[in-house]
Design a protein around this ligand. Structure first.
Ligand SMILES: O=C(O)[C@H](O)COP(=O)(O)O
Length: 406
């Protein structure tokens, strides 16, 4: 059991009791009569062959309060799509798979591309965007949860706790972010969150002063968590980035659209482990290196829309300040690890910080050189106004794929 401290400017919902999952699920089932709930699962075909997703599906098969599950399937050919239909067939809930690479959804994509409305980068952001469009098109869910498909420590209480704050009709939340400690195999993980995001936010506060946006982002205990939930109307007006800035981008968008007392975070698990990517020191287009560049660019871009003026010199100071603060954080993490009997490889931590420091500067310079570049996919409101029958096209494509191959 943790503490009950409220940090920052959004509500934190802690895990303070040993309340049974069954009791919580019984409540969720009641809520579902007033607020039908949907789950969105963005996944890669390779995750169907990995160790996490099979257990996730087994757990989800026991959930009785979900009205539908929408699975976004990336990087699958026809046979793999057919296999996916079979793989998910043990879900008793109504479920649909968006075969993103299939000819029907590709045709929808081309139509959007011709109007300049399609995502300009493939990946999780694009996958999530199409899934959310499909949820809107169905028009029946009023609360939606979304989580990653590589969670090795998944159990269905994660979903119950994640969706509860936006499912309980007596709560006023529009958006809720999950948090947890990424500790596994006796190690502290979450390298980008611990070593890039938190020290970068602290460095920016030191240089730019205590801006509302920075205080807000710093309130999230795990800003990069891929687990969040929201009321369906949030989808209409949200612009999400197609790159690794997805998580931070969603946090920025909900802050722009709602007052902070409609936003919260919830403790969803004691432990969390997932697939780990390479640091990728030699390739800025891959792994945690690309992630750190996309995230830094996303934060700088958002600060610019809040009136902050950047120059090469500012970015040099941000890099230097970030570097110093991040090194101090390594010491903090090291001591936190020691008191808990965990391992922490200080050399690897410093290697990551050196790379992230370079990338903070790279991201800054890139932003100055390309001020008009935007990874944002248009909101569904805008797409609907440009292509009024987009939802019918989307649903028809997904349903026809299913009919043809199921
Ligand atoms: O959450 C993070 O910081 C990144 O996803 C990297 O996580 P990892 O260090 O646990 O692989």
């Amino acid at each position: 059991m943790g503490d009950f401290y409220q940090n920052g400017i959004i509500t934190t919902l802690h895990n303070l009791s040993s309340r049974s999952l069954e009791e919580m699920e019984a409540e969720l089932l009641q809520f579902s009569k007033i607020r039908p709930m949907s789950l969105v699962l963005p996944c890669l075909y390779s995750e169907l062959e990995g160790p996490a997703l099979d257990k996730i599906v087994t757990e989800l098969a026991q959930v009785n309060y979900l009205q539908e599950i929408v699975i976004g399937l990336d990087r699958a050919d026809e046979n793999q799509y057919k296999h996916a239909i079979q793989f998910f067939s043990r879900l008793p809930q109504k479920h649909r798979i968006l075969w993103n690479d299939g000819p029907r959804l590709q045709e929808v994509n081309t139509l959007l591309q011709n109007q300049g409305l399609a995502p300009n980068e493939l990946g999780k952001g694009c996958n999530v965007w199409f899934c959310l469009g499909y949820v809107l098109a169905q028009g029946t869910a009023s609360s939606v949860a979304l989580h990653d498909c590589d969670i090795l420590t998944y159990d269905r209480s994660m979903l119950a706790r994640l969706i509860y704050p936006v499912a309980n009709p007596s709560f006023n939340y529009q958006f809720c972010k999950g948090y947890y400690a990424r500790v596994a195999d006796n190690k502290m993980n979450g390298r980008v969150t611990r070593l890039l995001v938190t020290p970068l936010l602290r460095a920016l506060k030191k240089i730019l002063g205590s801006l509302d946006y920075l205080e807000y982002l710093d309130s999230y205990r795990y800003p990069l968590a891929g687990e969040f939930s929201f009321r369906t109307d949030v989808i209409n007006d949200i612009r999400i980035p197609s790159d690794w800035g997805l998580e931070i981008g969603v946090l920025s968008e909900v802050k722009r659209n709602y007052s902070t007392n409609r936003l919260c975070q919830v403790d969803i698990a004691d432990r969390y482990d997932h697939k780990h990517q390479q640091l990728s020191v030699d390739d800025a287009q891959a792994g945690l290196s690309k992630m750190s560049i996309d995230i830094s660019k996303g934060i700088f871009r958002k600060l610019a829309t809040n009136g902050v003026v950047f120059s090469t010199e500012t970015f040099r100071s941000i890099k230097a300040t970030y570097y110093r603060i991040a090194l101090d954080f390594i010491e903090t993490y090291r001591n936190d690890a020691i008191i808990n009997g965990l391992a922490l490889d200080v050399h690897n931590e410093e290697k990551a910080v050196e790379l992230f420091a370079e990338n903070v500067l790279k991201a800054g310079i890139h932003f100055l050189d390309n001020p008009m570049e935007t990874p944002f996919i248009p909101s569904w409101n805008r797409v609907q106004s440009a292509v009024p029958d987009i939802f019918t096209r989307l649903c028809t494509a997904v349903d026809d794929d299913y009919r043809e191959f199921a």
